[in-house]
Design a protein around this ligand. Structure first.
Ligand code: PEP
Length: 252
């Protein structure tokens, strides 16, 4: 039985004061809620302060990106070691916005995953097709290429810490959610791919989240699908009410 996981990706929103306010509100509402793993991913600048708010609760801290070197002359970058130092346990890697605006390749995603794992951070690895790719029937091909690139040279032990987020690019921030069966189709493919390339255990235990305009009103039906184990939530994670309702509604 896979434990549900709901992660909030706050993207480039919230000053540290606003972030503390949001984290405090979320903590009040759901810190006693034990059935679901909850991860908050504020911007780098708010990690330390948000950690102060949630550190004695079962809500976990995640970052939205990292650079693969532990330290060095890499102006503007933040390492896995630094994220650990702020209290992070998770890190989002390969989000479509990073692939699109910062040209992150599958090879970079792979290096970032390795660095996260070497520093005991659990990567939330994002994969997903664009609308154009879906319309050309390339979805499975694109997802398979991203999976192969991301998990190149990883072993079964390393895969145990991984979370995958299937995020169709056309559904991110657009208000257009994939229909549950559309998400399930791809997430079932991902699980079969894990079985073929790693092991049955890996496929059975690894959590696959859905991301793309998840709201309190659609999480229930998404979670009814066999291969959807939770959600990576963008817009709706920025308000206490909507995010905590998603967490509550994720239990069917
Ligand atoms: C995301 O940023 O990962 C995301 C899924 O955003 P939204 O929920 O706003 O579509």
């Amino acid at each position: 039985m896979r434990r549900p996981l709901i992660a909030g990706n706050w993207k480039m929103y919230k000053t540290s004061e606003e972030a503390v306010w949001l984290a405090t509100g979320i903590k009040k509402e759901i810190s006693g809620f034990k059935e679901v793993d909850v991860v908050l991913c504020p911007p780098f600048t708010a990690l330390y302060k948000v950690n102060e708010v949630i550190k004695d609760t079962n809500i976990k801290l995640g970052a939205q990106n990292l650079f693969w070197e532990d330290e060095g002359a890499y102006t503007g970058e933040v390492s896995a070691k630094m994220l650990k130092d702020c209290g992070c346990q998770f890190v989002i890697i390969g989000h479509s916005e990073r692939r699109k605006y910062f040209f992150e390749s599958d090879e970079w995603v792979n290096r970032k995953i390795m660095s996260a794992l070497n520093n005991d951070l659990a990567p939330i690895v994002c994969v997903g097709e664009t609308l154009e790719e879906r319309e050309k029937n390339l979805t499975i091909e694109v997802i398979e290429k991203q999976l192969k690139g991301a998990f190149y040279k990883l072993g079964y032990e390393e895969m145990k810490k991984i979370v995958i987020a299937y995020e169709p690019v056309w559904a991110i921030g657009t208000g257009k959610t994939a229909l549950p069966y559309q998400a399930e189709e791809v997430q079932n493919f991902i699980r079969r791919w894990l079985k073929d390339n790693f092991s049955i255990d890996c496929a059975d235990n690894l959590r696959i989240l859905y991301g793309g305009s998840v709201k309190p009103s659609n999480i229930k039906e998404l979670m009814r699908e066999e291969d959807i184990d939770g959600a990576l939530v963008g817009g709706a994670s920025l308000e206490v009410d909507s995010f905590t309702s998603i967490v509550r509604n994720s239990i069917n």
